[in-house]
Design a binder for this molecule. Structure first.
Ligand code: SF4
Length: 232
């Protein structure tokens, strides 16, 4: 009884999630997947336990912030802070901290023990995200703090602002915005379906129905509808 109720709570939260603007965590990720989210394309539903894991990540963030908020060696300038509002992208950094000399944007990421054990450098997608925080907050340094959510070990990496990288990320998002507005499905990832993003992608099935190159969304939508109606 309780399992069903709890699962329903999480499953209901993911219904009809049509996206209206870019999330900062999407910078540098598969453009086609983001396009499908904006179009609310048919997707494979996430299982309730995966959705609970996202919530678990939030509680780990609180656990990490507790000692930072109580120590005198670091000053937490603010936590859970939104980037300044603008048209392209929205996002919320975990914290801005100061060591008395420099400000840092802090981004906390949790992962399972196996991934944590093999982590020797920050993940590319996390660097992309923190680069945009550094850009919008005009702070030249950031810290990516990784938490092993099974054993609660920590690893940290300092990231310095990289203007060229930020310009490329923002330019790619602007191109994607134009594709979304003109109903052009972006290209597939060149290493589809082996790319890690494809492994977790809720749109993998409809992605495979389309061409690998850019294509008309209406054409793909009609194909999806034809296949869905022939299966029912
Ligand atoms: S399956 Fe891979 S290439 Fe296709 S939308 Fe998903 S992440 Fe992108």
């Amino acid at each position: 009884m309780l399992k069903e109720l709890i699962d329903k709570y999480y499953l209901d939260k993911q219904k009809d999630k049509e996206q209206k603007s870019f999330y900062i965590s999407e910078a540098g990720k598969c453009a086609r997947q983001i396009f499908f989210k904006f179009k609310n394309a048919p997707r494979r539903e996430m299982e309730a336990n995966i959705l609970r894991l996202f919530d678990h990540g939030d509680s780990i963030h609180k656990l990490i912030m507790k000692p930072l908020l109580s120590t005198r060696d670091i000053h937490v300038v603010c936590s859970e802070i939104d980037i300044p509002p603008q048209e392209l992208v929205r996002g919320r950094a975990d914290a801005i901290i100061s060591d008395g000399r420099n400000l840092y944007v802090l981004d906390i990421k949790s992962m399972n023990s196996m991934i944590f054990r093999n982590l020797t450098k920050p993940k590319e997608e996390n660097i992309n995200q923190i680069q945009l925080y550094l850009h919008y907050f005009k702070i030249p340094r950031g810290i990516l703090l990784y938490v092993d959510k099974d054993k609660l070990g920590l690893k940290e990496f300092t990231v310095l602002y990289n203007k060229t990288q930020v310009e490329k990320l923002l330019s790619d998002l602007s191109v994607l915005k134009k594709d979304i507005d003109s109903n052009i499905v972006p290209v597939r990832l060149p290493d589809y379906p082996g790319n890690w993003q494809c492994q977790y992608c809720q749109f993998r099935q409809i992605c495979g129905l389309g061409a690998a190159s850019k294509m008309d969304w209406q054409e793909l939508k009609e194909k999806i509808q034809r296949i869905n109606s022939s299966e029912t």
